[in-house]
Design a protein around this ligand. Structure first.
Ligand SMILES: [Zn+2]
Length: 250
């Protein structure tokens, strides 16, 4: 089956070419959100209500989040957390893959098994086609809307606010207590991942990205400021490595 409408080579009038070129920045922006890690900026407000500064976090590429949702990839996954395979994610992912393949075929390009790679390839070919005047403004509107819709749907599905929960176990080093409950000189990792509070299971580490503080609900260790959160991330990675090497030894 071929889609003749998409294979038609057109020759645009100068004003049409200009109109078509205007879509390129929006398309580049949508493609970048789909295939590259995104920087999410949070405004840090001071007591007077003004913006003190901007806190920046890196979030995975939207396609990575979606592929993580389909269970086909570990990318975008927090350490040790498994979420069930999501039928809606799988459906959306297949829709995007099929459409991108049609677009690639229309431009005489081939595809691979890697959706991010294919989107990138398509983007390059597409820009060339637009500059050559082969894409009408009408066709370009449809493409731009479709890309935007994908970005919106994935973004809404994986609301960044929810991902701000710190799901890794607490890496704090706390004293081992003796039989009488007194602290010894020896240390162990706290290791709490979830705690039950008022019948609700919560992440052990209570993270507040606006105030830039994190506190373990079990051992009460706190990490403060950008430096503190970096330290928490570093200790968490270190703890992950420790647990992985322990598993490898067994
Ligand atoms: Zn702890």
């Amino acid at each position: 089956m071929t889609n003749t409408a998409e294979l038609t080579i057109v020759r645009l009038q100068p004003h049409e070419l200009e109109a078509s070129l205007r879509f390129l920045p929006a398309i580049t922006d949508a493609v970048n959100q789909l295939i590259y890690p995104r920087l999410v900026h949070t405004e840090i407000h001071n007591d007077a209500g003004g913006i003190d500064r901007i806190h920046t976090e890196e979030h995975p590429a939207l396609v990575d989040l979606l592929e993580h949702g389909t269970g086909s990839s570990n990318r975008g996954r927090s350490a040790g957390i498994r979420i069930p395979i999501d039928a809606e994610a799988l459906e959306l992912w297949a829709q995007i893959r099929d459409q991108v393949r049609l677009w690639l075929r229309a431009l005489g390009a081939t595809w691979t098994d890697d959706l991010k790679n294919d989107l990138n390839t398509w983007h390059t070919h597409h820009e060339d086609a637009v500059h050559r005047g082969n894409v009408t403004p009408a066709a370009h509107t449809i493409i731009a809307r479709r890309l935007d819709a994908w970005v919106d749907r994935i973004d809404a599905k994986y609301d960044p606010d929810e991902k701000r929960e710190w799901t890794s176990p607490c890496p704090a080093l706390i004293p081992i207590t003796d039989a009488d409950g007194n602290d010894t000189d020896e240390l162990r990792r706290c290791g709490a991942r979830k705690v039950l509070i008022d019948g609700e299971l919560k992440s052990a580490i209570d993270l507040n990205v606006t105030r830039l503080t994190a506190r373990c609900r079990r051992c009460r260790t706190t990490w403060e400021g950008e430096r503190g959160l970096k330290q928490l991330r570093w200790e968490t990675n270190h703890y992950d490595d420790e647990r992985q090497s322990t598993r490898a030894d067994q």
